[in-house]
Design a binder for this molecule. Structure first.
Ligand code: SF4
Length: 355
């Protein structure tokens, strides 16, 4: 059973805005190693001077990931980003990722200043789940426990009972199912379907998707497996079920990196945003990593396994936000007070059951 199709036109509109932005940025500012080094050095000095820490997602530009590592920050998935920022003693958190990550950092750590390289970077899951439509959907199903994925706005989190990331979604739903609770899940229908299959729980799905992961195609992976039959397939469960079914391991970004280490295969086909290859290759320097095909045979590549919104983060706008303190993240107090409860539930669950 599914909801009405969410506002898909909003996602397409956002995609066009993002692609125009990236084209503009790249054509105006050709990169060179010396310029990147200049920018990185300057950002490091500013992070020190302003007692700030850089928190970057796995899908950001490898230059930003490298800088986060070298400056004492972190590169991680959204759950660990939130936890790290919450415990770090810096006055300012600089979050390189997409909007919901900055909002989550601010909600969990309201006394700190949270800056982002850009406030324009969003996520198709967030865009495809408007808070007012979602509230109506919830109101229609008052008997269900509302569980939302981290990739949602603060207002949607405020309407939820639980927030989960992909790294603990299965465990949380298993727990709720054991209590006899029926679930309303949003926004990613593929991840929700995966969790439903894993747990057997009664889950009603919102109809959202990630524009990057839904482009992976089973046929493309099968073709690649013909060429490299020894390769193991790693899949993020935001991908369609036909792709997840081909996985040797399906899991969150951190779980896929761990699987890359543990699997004996020398060659790995990776079906998630290719930004992850920076950390994955660090972890398995002796293995060959292949990006899973997107778009299907003969099709024009749409996502190319690369999130356009994550791609809006650059060294230039990172430097700029630190220099002038721009792009500060604010969350309405009333919304934050509600959203923190569903986020806290996830953090406590992680600490009590999974540590
Ligand atoms: S990769 Fe997909 S889920 Fe992640 S931020 Fe981009 S659009 Fe959202």
């Amino acid at each position: 059973m599914k909801s009405q199709q969410p506002a898909g036109y909003l996602v397409e509109q956002q995609r066009e805005i993002v692609e125009a932005y990236i084209t503009h940025e790249r054509s105006n500012k050709p990169q060179s190693n010396s310029r990147n080094k200049y920018l990185s050095d300057k950002i490091r000095r500013l992070l020190d001077k302003k007692n700030a820490v850089l928190i970057a997602h796995y899908y950001t530009d490898p230059l930003i990931q490298e800088l986060a590592e070298m400056s004492g920050g972190i590169v991680s998935d959204s759950l660990e980003m939130a936890r790290f920022g919450n415990h770090h003693d810096a006055d300012t958190l600089v979050v390189a990722g997409v909007k919901f990550m900055g909002e989550t950092a601010k909600i969990l750590t309201p006394t700190k200043r949270v800056l982002m390289p850009t406030l324009e970077a969003t996520c198709s899951l967030d865009v495809g789940c408007p808070a007012d439509e979602f509230a109506t959907f919830c109101d229609q199903h008052p008997d269900r426990t509302v569980v939302v994925y981290a990739n949602t706005s603060a207002a949607v989190k405020a309407r939820a009972d639980w927030v989960v990331t992909s790294s603990i979604a299965v465990e949380v739903i298993e727990y709720l199912d054991s209590l006899g609770e029926k679930i309303l899940w949003a926004p990613d229908k593929y991840l929700g379907g995966y969790v439903q299959k894993q747990t057997g729980a009664d889950i009603l799905l919102w109809d959202g998707s990630c524009i990057v992961h839904e482009e992976f195609k089973a046929k493309g992976i099968l073709d690649l497996k013909q060429v490299y039959p020894d390769a193991a397939v790693l899949v993020h469960p935001e991908s369609p079920d036909s792709v997840v079914q081909l996985a040797d391991v399906a899991g969150s970004t951190s779980q896929l990196i761990e699987a890359a280490i543990q699997l004996p295969n020398r060659r790995l086909i990776v079906a998630t945003d290719q930004g992850i290859l920076y950390k994955m290759q660090q972890a398995v320097g002796n293995k060959e990593l292949l990006v899973a095909p997107t778009g299907g045979s003969g099709a024009t590549c749409r996502s190319c396994a690369s999130c356009p919104w994550m791609g809006m983060n650059s060294l230039e706008n990172l430097l700029s936000c630190l220099e002038v303190g721009s792009n500060e993240v604010f969350v309405d107090d009333n919304i934050a007070q509600l959203a923190v409860q569903s986020l806290d539930r996830m953090m406590r669950f992680k600490a009590e059951y999974l540590s």
